[in-house]
Design a protein around this ligand. Structure first.
Ligand SMILES: [Zn+2]
Ligand SMILES: [Zn+2]
Length: 239
């Protein structure tokens, strides 16, 4: 209540600016963080996609595309809600590194809607978020994949399981590394956790997919933990 009051008076003095273009947002709704034009620029993936990696394709559905992983992926297929471009890139950055709470509802909404476009809840028994290393989670105080997974778990009525896989090595962000280093970086970074997954069909969720190597390494640990199948799903993906 108090924070809402403080927030609304701050909005009077400092009108909110759009996270996409930096323009002031003229709206009585102080929860807005994108202007109208930037909101429409969010590149939602729909229509024709690659059946394996979920990348948008020119026209028809394809079974495999040039963006598909060339390494052993361990997951059956992957899907993503959006293409990683402005303004979704800025929103995710705000969410992940600045801990911004105000962008969470929009990102969770995009995440759930994307899942409803590309996946069916009946195909999964459990949702597992890609874990952070405990030290990184301690520093950041939350795991963005877990927050997204929670929103989908609530919407679909499927349990979110947190202790079936552990991140045993702290790895630099995949985005800053070249292909070969990415592979070395992520190999062996995950191990099965305390909870077994006997026979479960798992939906593995994360915020951003770069090459799919993180999903692959995590999927391998989930299969070792007893999962029968893993499908990856992310809020956004780099093309
Ligand atoms: Zn804008
Ligand atoms: Zn593909």
């Amino acid at each position: 209540m108090l924070s809402a009051l403080v927030e609304s008076s701050l909005n009077l003095v400092f009108p909110p600016t759009c996270l996409g273009c930096g323009d002031r947002i003229h709206s009585p709704d102080n929860r807005l963080f994108l202007c109208g034009p930037c909101e429409t620029k969010i590149d939602r993936i729909g229509g024709a996609i690659c059946q394996r990696c979920g990348a948008p394709t020119e026209s028809a559905q394809v079974q495999k595309c040039k963006r598909c992983p060339t390494f052993e992926s361990f997951y059956m297929a992957s899907r993503s809600a959006t293409v990683y471009s402005t303004p979704i890139r800025e929103l995710i950055h705000e969410f992940k590194f600045k801990g911004s709470r105000r962008v969470r509802p929009l990102l969770c909404d995009l995440f759930v809607r994307g899942a409803n476009r590309h996946l069916e809840s009946k195909d999964f028994d459990l949702i597992v978020p890609v874990p952070l290393h405990w030290w990184r989670q301690f520093r950041r105080e939350f795991n963005q994949a877990e927050i997204l997974g929670e929103s989908l778990s609530e919407s679909w009525g499927i349990p979110l399981v947190l202790n079936s896989v552990r991140r045993v090595r702290m790895t630099p962000p995949q985005s800053g590394l070249s292909g070969r280093w990415r592979e070395r970086n992520i190999q062996g970074a995950f191990q099965p956790g305390a909870r077994g997954l006997a026979g479960a069909r798992v939906l593995l969720v994360d915020d951003v997919m770069t090459t799919g190597r993180t999903l692959a390494a995590c999927s391998s640990a989930l299969l070792k933990a007893g999962a029968t199948s893993v499908v990856g799903y992310t809020l956004s993906r780099r093309l």
